[in-house]
Ligand binder design. Structure first.
Ligand SMILES: [Zn+2]
Ligand SMILES: [Zn+2]
Ligand SMILES: [Zn+2]
Length: 283
């Protein structure tokens, strides 16, 4: 039995069947939903999945004509969703609780949409859509104009109600493995860029932002679009800091991930495969 829950704990669920084809999906919908370069999912038989708490709270966003992405309206965690035309549920591995054993990706899919700042290093096979033996639907990808090279860096949420721009590239980018980031992104880690207040502005939809602060945290806050649940930048005036989920960028932000932080809190089921420096503090 594997169990999962959202960051705020309102919603919990369990799976008593097998996780089939754990994979990283690099499609634009997954990238924007999770705020990192990909969504980390396994397929589960719908009959073996059930909510144990808060199932009635789950919010849905229609990400394509026949597919709904699901999230917690309070904390923004991404939740399992039905894969259209199948009896399968896509289970985001980042919401797993406990200490599951290693779940290596068996494939990277929709890699044609992998952003320029993301490198695939784990050696798992890569496919432009689903692997040939998986007869699953290819859904339309949201289109965004992207950034103008050398000018501003742009970004937006999945539903496009919220957009922002940076007059210059962010100061840096890194992967964070702390337990809060993992739950908030519902992914093995967060990938965030950062800049100062002068280096960032929302261009539309700021009133659509929802924030959830972990009660016992000093700073940690999950900020997301209330309609689509996509992680959005967090503006922290007290620290002159804006933290931007890298998956929300449209086009190339001009920076690359530099390090892994909080690897002491890393998900037990995930292995880091790149050579970037690691800071092993825990949260
Ligand atoms: Zn929640
Ligand atoms: Zn995807
Ligand atoms: Zn949105």
């Amino acid at each position: 039995m594997l169990r999962g829950s959202c960051l705020c704990g309102d919603i919990a669920f369990e799976v008593d069947g097998d996780f089939v084809m754990p994979h990283a999906c690099h499609c634009t919908i997954c990238r924007k939903s999770h705020g990192i370069a990909y969504g980390a999912y396994a397929l589960v038989d719908a009959a073996h999945f059930r909510y144990t708490r808060g199932g009635e709270l789950v919010k849905s966003y229609r990400s394509s004509p026949n597919a709904q992405r699901r999230f917690c309206p309070r904390c923004g965690s991404k939740l399992p969703y039905d894969i259209p035309g199948t009896d399968q549920v896509g289970f985001p591995l980042g919401v797993l609780d406990g200490t599951p054993p290693a779940i290596p990706f068996e494939a990277h899919i929709f890699v044609e949409s992998n952003p320029t700042w993301s490198e695939i290093t784990d050696g798992a096979p890569c496919f432009d859509t689903w692997p040939p033996d998986f007869d699953l639907p290819v859904l339309p990808s949201p289109q965004r104009p992207g950034s103008t090279p050398g000018a501003t860096v742009a970004g937006s949420c999945l539903c496009d109600r919220i957009a922002y721009e940076l007059p210059r590239p962010p100061a840096g980018m890194r992967h964070c493995h702390c337990s809060r980031c993992r739950k908030a992104r519902s992914a093995p880690h967060a990938t965030n860029a950062w800049t100062d207040l002068a280096g960032f502005r929302f261009t539309r939809g700021q009133e659509e932002l929802t924030a959830y602060k972990v009660p016992e945290a000093r700073f940690f806050m999950s900020v997301f679009c209330r309609t689509c649940g996509a992680p959005m930048p967090r503006v922290d005036e007290s620290r002159d800091l804006v933290v931007i989920p890298a998956g929300s960028f449209d086009g190339d932000p001009g920076v690359r991930p530099e390090e892994h932080i909080f690897t002491g809190s890393k998900a037990t089921w995930f292995e880091i495969s790149d050579g970037l420096p690691r800071r092993i503090e825990r949260d």
